[in-house]
Design a protein around this ligand. Structure first.
Ligand SMILES: Nc1ncnc2c1ncn2[C@@H]1O[C@H](COP(=O)(O)OP(=O)(O)O)[C@@H](O)[C@H]1O
Ligand SMILES: Cc1ncc(COP(=O)(O)OP(=O)(O)O)c(N)n1
Length: 495
């Protein structure tokens, strides 16, 4: 079970290790992620400032992005120094590309000028950067960058900074993290702001140190990583700020350069602090059972049903087991209705049970007559698993979900393969159902809500029930003669 999110940093290199991708990779690791870095620009800088900047052709940035995305699941993206307008456009195109799986959250640190005063974005790139802003979920400008984004003078007080953040959020449809690092005074507040105002404000005391090189890079990477773990911006910001404060407090323990030195990224962990646990979501579960889903798609039964080559006797075997399955599955749905804490959820499960029995009558009896086969060992094992999960609502809901979700997902491809002369045209036409799509979405929503409220032990139990049902789905589809695979082997191959 993989609980370490993959975080992609798209940023420039700081050879002194305090800012840029070097800071990003340290921050991602310190906050519990696996860091990857696509490099936009090389700087020659140290703790005193930037001596030179080299921006390679945007085509090479495109190559790097494509190589990573072709192979690695990306759970979140942090964007830092982009250097040039062509680089910005290349990143915008990458973010717009459709790809399978949940969309990664994007944190954009609109790096323009280093605290040392050196430019890190070419002067002609401001317009391109504005076009990129709406593709991010959160942007993290410092006070001077915020001023550029709203064509105003840099704020000299916190209230003005918040006003500017609100106007940028409204103009670009993005959350803005306003940061107080560049203000005078003993406080160092940060606030998450949307078009309507402050969503969350965190106060903090200014730590008396000159070693704050790379704090912006570090904070934005930490935010992306912690959001990938928790799924919640407010929670991610609280944890990121606590971690960064610890890292700034311990910055003077390092002896790196004689200027404006870096923060101590691992001090917080070395002091024995623990990261918050990763919050689970059904989207992540769905990813984790991708091998099971792919194995289902590879089954001869599915492929032959899709092409129309499936032997009629194999089809009838499947229908017989499906009819038996649906009867007891309806009991498990009714049990969920009995356990549901709200009337809305009670009604949802009860309606699903009723639809399931109607399907059994309409779809199966019409084709099979009154002949009811014996349940196979595979069918019995799946049903026993569902009935045994009925001791608690959350675990039962998680166990029921794959039957909605996998059936709907496989059904999309089967329905697409249908055509007027298809030998199983009437059966395949039952797969494209907007009503079933809506029920699947509702079941996902219910299980996600339950997961958000579950403690670690319950979440583990829910995942175990969900994964087991995924395996039972595979075995169920694999049980006809069409598949030479022994179901146990198919499952072993898929995990
Ligand atoms: N001396 C400091 N003490 C505590 N927190 C600081 C200090 N300097 C910066 N921070 C925090 O570091 C983060 C980055 O802030 P800021 O310096 O405003 O951005 P940037 O590094 O992008 O210029 C913010 O969370 C800010 O509150
Ligand atoms: C390569 C590179 N990227 C970004 C920055 C700017 O760093 P930031 O975290 O905004 O902090 P300061 O060091 O400017 O306070 C950089 N210097 N180099």
């Amino acid at each position: 079970m993989n609980s370490i999110p993959n975080i992609l940093s798209i940023a420039g290199s700081d050879p002194s290790g305090g800012a840029g991708i070097q800071a990003d990779l340290k921050s991602i690791a310190a906050c519990g992620g696996y860091g990857m870095s696509v490099i936009t620009a090389l700087t020659a800088q140290n703790t005193h400032g930037v001596r030179a900047v080299h921006v390679p052709p945007a085509a090479f940035l495109v190559e790097q992005l494509a190589a990573v995305a072709a192979d690695v699941r990306i759970d979140a993206i942090k964007i830092g120094m982009l250097g040039s307008a062509p680089n910005i456009d290349a990143v915008a195109a990458f973010l717009r590309e459709p790809r399978p799986g949940p969309r990664p959250a994007v944190v954009l640190d609109p790096v323009m000028i280093a605290t040392s005063g050196d430019r890190l974005l070419s002067a002609d790139a401001d317009a391109a950067l504005r076009r990129l802003l709406p593709l991010a979920d959160v942007i993290t400008p410092n006070i001077p960058e915020l001023a550029v984004l709203c064509d105003a003078h840099p704020a000299v007080d916190w209230a003005t900074a918040i006003d500017q953040a609100r106007s940028v959020a409204a103009a670009h449809g993005v959350l803005v993290l306003a940061k107080g690092g560049h203000l005078e005074g003993g406080d160092c507040p940060d606030a998450l702001v949307d078009a309507d105002g402050v969503l969350l404000q965190l106060t903090g005391s200014r730590i008396a140190t000159g070693n704050t090189h790379g704090t912006g890079c570090s904070l934005s990477s930490a935010l992306a990583t912690l959001h990938a773990r928790s799924g919640d911006w407010a929670e991610a910001l609280r944890s990121a700020k606590a971690w960064l404060t610890g890292s700034i407090s311990a910055a003077d323990e390092l002896a790196v350069g004689t200027g404006h030195g870096p923060v101590n990224h691992f001090a917080w962990l070395w002091a024995g602090n623990r990261l918050p646990g990763r919050r689970q979501t059904t989207a992540a579960w769905w990813e984790r059972i991708s091998a099971i889903r792919e194995a289902i798609d590879r089954l001869a039964f599915i492929r032959q049903l899709s092409s129309g080559e499936l032997d009629r006797a194999d089809f009838e075997d499947y229908l017989g087991q499906d009819a038996l399955y649906l009867r007891t599955y309806a009991q498990a749905l009714s049990r969920a209705s009995e356990l549901a804490p709200t009337v809305a959820e009670q009604r949802f499960w009860a309606a699903s049970a009723s639809e399931c029995l109607e399907d059994e009558l309409l779809l199966h009896r019409g084709r099979l007559g009154d002949e009811v086969p014996e349940p196979s060992g595979t069918t019995t094992a799946y049903l026993n698993h569902l009935l045994a999960s009925g001791t608690g609502y959350a675990v039962l809901a998680a166990a029921l979900l794959p039957c909605f979700w996998i059936y709907q997902d496989v059904g999309v491809r089967l329905a697409a393969a249908n055509h007027p002369g298809h030998p199983y045209a009437d059966w395949l036409s039952t797969y494209a159902s907007e009503q079933f799509d809506a029920s699947t979405a509702r079941a996902i929503e219910i299980v996600d809500d339950l997961l958000a409220k579950a403690d670690e032990e319950l979440a583990r139990g829910m995942w175990t029930a969900f994964e087991a049902s995924g395996v039972h789905e595979l075995r169920f589809f694999a049980q006809t003669r069409a598949d030479a695979l022994i179901p146990g082997e198919a499952v072993a191959d898929s995990r």
